[in-house]
Design a protein around this ligand. Structure first.
Ligand SMILES: Cc1cc2nc3c(=O)[nH]c(=O)nc-3n(C[C@H](O)[C@H](O)[C@H](O)COP(=O)(O)OP(=O)(O)OC[C@H]3O[C@@H](n4cnc5c(N)ncnc54)[C@H](O)[C@@H]3O)c2cc1C
Length: 395
């Protein structure tokens, strides 16, 4: 949606095909990072974003058996935005879609499920099914951008196989009511064998409960009461409401993937976001990277596609390669960090049977030298190489 909006502002004819009729799906990450907030300001959308129901968060903390700790302090960020925000992702996507639809060259086709790519001299577009009517269509394009996420159909149809890195966990998502006197913002809770993250959505908590990779069936077989008991032991102040999870139908399994394709482009095709590099939820940074990929792609491709106008010709792969060159290092660095945290923290936490007496060493150092809390804040809220809106897209 970000790429569509920016390209349309360059005057490029752009069509976004979205599989679903709306964006009303839960559990896809609610984080709007400081770099994205800055981008929204640059695009002239800051006031519209401020009008959405959202929660500004100035720090992220975690509760260990040995006590509470601040992990990231966003007030230490450089620049004018010194927080991140939590907003239901559908609100943000609706806002972006509305802004894009104000541009005469932008079209959003909902209920359009891409099923295959069209091959000719390279990739010449996609085949998609209108899910309302079942009718199949072809959409021809000088450039197809795969931004269809970690299970990218476009990537698979084009024969691009990602390199998969093992992950130790999957995630259970569910909701619990939030009371006015609960803590605010985001919160992590780690203990022996268990790890839970709570995201403040005003009237409710969106909860991510980390489980061992492949452990879903076994844990469900143990029964909903065992799960509720475990959750109440882990976060005692939730004990009065764990029954809001009525059955495992309320608990959604999200399979975690971490992978990256070697080449993010082919003739007529570019991959960005999770389609190019599927992110683990660790750090909650995948949305930021996907947005930054989109901004970099728009900056590099916009002038090329706009200059060609109606008689648009293929985008040379040398131009597509520039997008990968710009965005490969941030994706590599963040994924390497996520893999290290999988190995050093999550695997150990999930396999540990008893509580540890002290804080993990790195977390203890962050408490001892609070200035260091600016480092994780920067990694989460800005990421390596934050991208800015090109002049022609600003309003
Ligand atoms: C459990 C979990 C929790 C996470 N939590 C966070 C978080 O809190 N913060 C954060 O920053 N990141 C989080 N991430 C990572 C983040 O979700 C992704 O990195 C990010 O959403 C990638 O954005 P994207 O636009 O590339 O793909 P997506 O957000 O996956 O968007 C893909 C879009 O393509 C559409 N689509 C898919 N297939 C088709 C098709 N065949 N035809 C047409 N349309 C199609 C989908 O409907 C969707 O709208 C989490 C990841 C996981 C697994």
């Amino acid at each position: 949606m970000v790429l569509g909006l920016l390209l349309a502002r360059a005057g490029v004819q752009v069509t976004v095909l979205e599989k679903h009729v709306d964006f009303l799906r839960d559990f896809r990450g609610d984080t709007v990072h400081a770099s994205t907030l800055t981008l929204l300001d640059e695009l002239g959308l800051g006031a519209r974003f401020a009008a959405l129901p959202h929660r500004d968060v100035e720090s992220l903390g975690a509760v260990f058996d040995a006590g509470e700790a601040t992990v990231a302090d966003f007030t230490r960020l450089p620049g004018s935005v010194k927080h991140i925000a939590f907003v239901p992702q559908w609100d943000l996507l609706d806002l972006l879609a509305e802004a894009a639809e104000e541009e005469p060259t932008f079209t959003l086709v909902r209920n359009a499920e891409v099923t295959d790519v069209l091959r000719g001299h390279g990739i010449e577009g996609v085949r998609y099914t209108d899910r309302a009517t079942g009718i199949e269509h072809e959409m021809r394009a000088v450039l197809t951008v795969a931004c269809d996420g970690r299970d990218s159909v476009v990537r698979a149809s084009a024969g691009l196989e990602p390199r998969r890195f093992g992950v130790p966990m999957d995630v259970w998502w569910f909701r619990l009511p939030r009371r006015a006197d609960d803590p605010e913002g985001g919160l992590g809770r780690l203990s022996a064998g268990r790890f839970c993250i709570l995201i403040d959505r005003g009237a409710e908590w969106q909860c991510a409960y980390i489980i061992r990779k492949g452990g879903d069936a076994e844990l469900r077989a143990a029964g909903i009461d065992a799960f509720r008991r475990g959750l109440a032991e882990l976060v005692p102040w939730l004990a009065d409401r764990v029954c809001a999870v009525e059955s495992f139908d309320d608990v959604k399994l999200l399979s975690v993937e971490l992978n990256r394709v070697h080449r993010w482009y082919a003739d007529g095709l570019l991959l960005i976001g999770d389609a190019a590099h599927a992110m683990s939820p660790v750090g909650g940074v995948g949305i930021n990277l996907a947005v930054a990929d989109a901004v970099a792609a728009a900056r590099i491709l916009g002038p090329h596609l706009a200059a060609d106008g109606a008689a648009a010709t293929a985008v040379p792969t040398t131009v597509l390669r520039r997008v990968q060159r710009r965005r490969w290092l941030p994706a590599f660095l963040i994924q390497s960090g996520q893999r290290a945290i999988h190995r050093q923290v999550l695997s150990r936490t999930l396999s540990r049977a008893s509580s540890s007496a002290g804080l993990p060493r790195a977390i203890a150092a962050l408490q001892r030298f609070p200035a260091l809390q600016g480092i994780p804040a920067r990694i989460v809220a800005l990421g390596p190489l934050p991208e800015h809106a090109p002049e022609w897209a600003r309003r």
